[in-house]
Design a protein around this ligand. Structure first.
Ligand SMILES: [Fe+2]
Ligand SMILES: [Fe+2]
Length: 138
């Protein structure tokens, strides 16, 4: 059943910050746009556009998450930033090395993105957000 591939938001994904949660939800929206475009057999141009949009959105989200958390002075932000950076590099490499047909690469990329975002949000983001909340200044 293909609908299982859509990324569905659950309350359990909340990291306890409305700003961050809504950005994560925005990312889910773009991932679902990508999946729909693939399912509908849309043109390579359309698919590339969505991938580009999702990539920009991710970079903006990382910058905003890092800026928000930098204020807390909570340790571990450098490691978190390194994970964001590794993601950016991996996505760019995957997309650059895209062979033909592009659709196969786009599906591979979609599944990579879906797994990465689900595990990052419920893992590292959730843990870091919880540490920030327990900092003395919060
Ligand atoms: Fe995040
Ligand atoms: Fe993060």
């Amino acid at each position: 059943m293909t609908s299982q591939n859509y990324v569905v938001w659950k309350d359990a994904f909340s990291v306890g910050s409305d700003a961050i949660d809504s950005q994560h939800q925005g990312m889910f929206g773009l991932l679902n746009d990508l999946y729909s475009a693939l399912q509908e057999g849309r043109s390579q141009k359309d698919i590339s556009e969505i991938v580009g949009k999702a990539h920009q959105y991710a970079k903006q989200h990382f910058a905003s998450e890092e800026a928000l958390w930098a204020k807390s002075g909570c340790p571990g932000l450098e490691e978190h930033k390194a994970v964001h950076q590794a993601y950016t590099g991996q996505v760019e490499q995957l997309w650059r090395s895209s062979g033909q047909p592009l659709e196969d690469t786009a599906y591979e990329l979609f599944f990579f993105l879906k797994d990465w975002w689900l595990s990052h949000i419920t893992g590292m983001d959730a843990q870091y957000a919880a540490s920030v909340r327990t900092m003395p200044s919060h």
